[in-house]
Design a protein around this ligand. Structure first.
Ligand SMILES: [Zn+2]
Length: 410
């Protein structure tokens, strides 16, 4: 309770667009500390101070809803809590089931209640959000709006209409149920009373956000629950926001336009269509760059290496010979790494470079949907330090050495 009051105070005093409504919460009750359903939820990794009891539901962080009768089903896996090391807590482009995706469906139908479908602004927001989700590259789930079938996987209802027995979800502007037993959260409730003052972009972002919760994605800017997803950013201290423009932030920034690169990394990690596509994780240390497709080599970085971002995707296999290995070399005297598809450049090792494990498989020529990965060399260092990027302008000031290979964009 105290948390929610503090939270509301902070939110309401910012100039950001608000995800949560700041109205007084109705029907909210203190939860007895020995409440067995609450204990179950906490055992799954949620924080007691984030949970309020509203009618038949628990509401978590203002907009994530779990029916009290469902708490035991919220995940077949134990909700894995963050590291106990406070200095290394992570971003919450996070899910709550580290090993398995929370939703096993690949086709999710979305019913829009007549109360909502009568409001063209919300209908447009829903359709735009569905379109943005479906256009995430290599995303295994497709959402489809079906206005004729109330028994669809997700029902979008009017959270202010008590005849829908949903007064308990009348909480944020949009509230979403979390997934249960491999199925998406079944209800998204929109508070129609608060719909008039929001831009079409913001309404779309709210819907993108709420669909994210129905498939188990937590808040990016809440660092205490969920498990960080490989390839997202890690937060070194409490209160930092590793991805300020994430659409999954509790408070959506007025500068957010849709999914960020890290949002997509998280989505593609949880729900990959083609599991042979693998991110190229990019690290930086003292003018040196390092790339690997093996997250566990450096994970979120260490005292030397800073994890920067995903530099596109390549493949873990050759695709029946259509793709070629990207060879990886390391020169310990300079700390430089070279990546090349030209085996003759360094063979099994030459000029002080040691051949390491291959990065993965990429295209030697441009095929549909791929982009060049540019190779640069440091202009002043006599150590020939190398740098690779999809963004040619990022190499400004470096010496351009050509296209390394063709990769999938972020
Ligand atoms: Zn939320």
């Amino acid at each position: 309770m105290q948390h929610m009051k503090n939270f509301a105070t902070v939110i309401c005093s910012t100039c950001f667009l608000l995800f949560l409504s700041c109205k007084k919460i109705q029907n909210e009750t203190e939860i007895p500390t020995q409440d067995p359903q609450l204990k179950t939820l906490i055992d799954k990794g949620f924080k007691a101070s984030d949970i309020v009891s509203v009618g038949d539901n628990f509401v978590i962080q203002g907009d994530m809803v779990v029916k009290k009768s469902d708490v035991a089903l919220i995940s077949s896996k134990v909700y894995k809590s963050k590291s106990n090391n406070n200095s290394m807590r992570g971003t919450q482009q996070a899910d709550y089931s580290y090993s398995n995706p929370p939703v096993t469906s690949t086709q999710i139908s979305v019913y829009v209640d007549p109360n909502i479908s009568a409001n063209s602004d919300w209908v447009n927001a829903i359709n735009s959000a569905v379109s943005e989700w479906n256009n995430v590259p290599n995303f295994s789930i497709q959402f489809a709006v079906n206005i004729t079938n109330p028994s669809s996987d997700i029902r979008i209802i009017n959270g202010t209409n008590s005849s829908l027995n949903n007064s308990s979800m009348d909480y944020g502007i949009v509230s979403s149920e979390l997934p249960i037993n491999g199925s998406p959260g079944t209800t998204i409730a929109i508070d129609l009373n608060s719909s008039n003052s929001y831009s079409s972009t913001y309404m779309k972002l709210l819907m993108i956000h709420s669909f994210g919760h129905t498939i188990g994605i937590m808040h990016t800017d809440e660092y205490l629950i969920g498990t960080s997803i490989p390839g997202t950013k890690q937060c070194p201290y409490q209160g930092c926001n590793p991805d300020p423009l994430s659409v999954m932030n509790m408070v959506i920034s007025s500068s957010t336009s849709g999914f960020t690169k890290f949002d997509k990394v998280a989505i593609r990690y949880l729900y990959p269509l083609d599991q042979t596509q693998t991110p190229i994780y990019r690290y930086y240390s003292n003018a040196r760059h390092f790339y690997t497709c093996n997250w566990y080599e450096l994970t979120f970085g260490n005292s030397s290496w800073v994890y920067e971002s995903c530099e596109g995707y390549i493949y873990s296999n050759s695709g029946n010979g259509s793709r070629v290995p990207v060879y990886r070399y390391y020169k310990s005297s300079t700390g430089d790494h070279i990546y090349t598809i030209n085996f003759n450049e360094l063979g099994n090792g030459n000029y002080g470079y040691y051949r390491e494990t291959d990065l993965g498989y990429a295209y030697s020529y441009q095929v549909s949907g791929t982009v060049p990965l540019y190779r640069f060399r440091h202009p002043t260092s006599n150590q020939n330090l190398h740098f690779y990027t999809q963004n040619y302008s990022e190499g400004y000031g470096w010496i351009y050495e050509g296209i390394c290979c063709y990769v999938l964009p972020n």
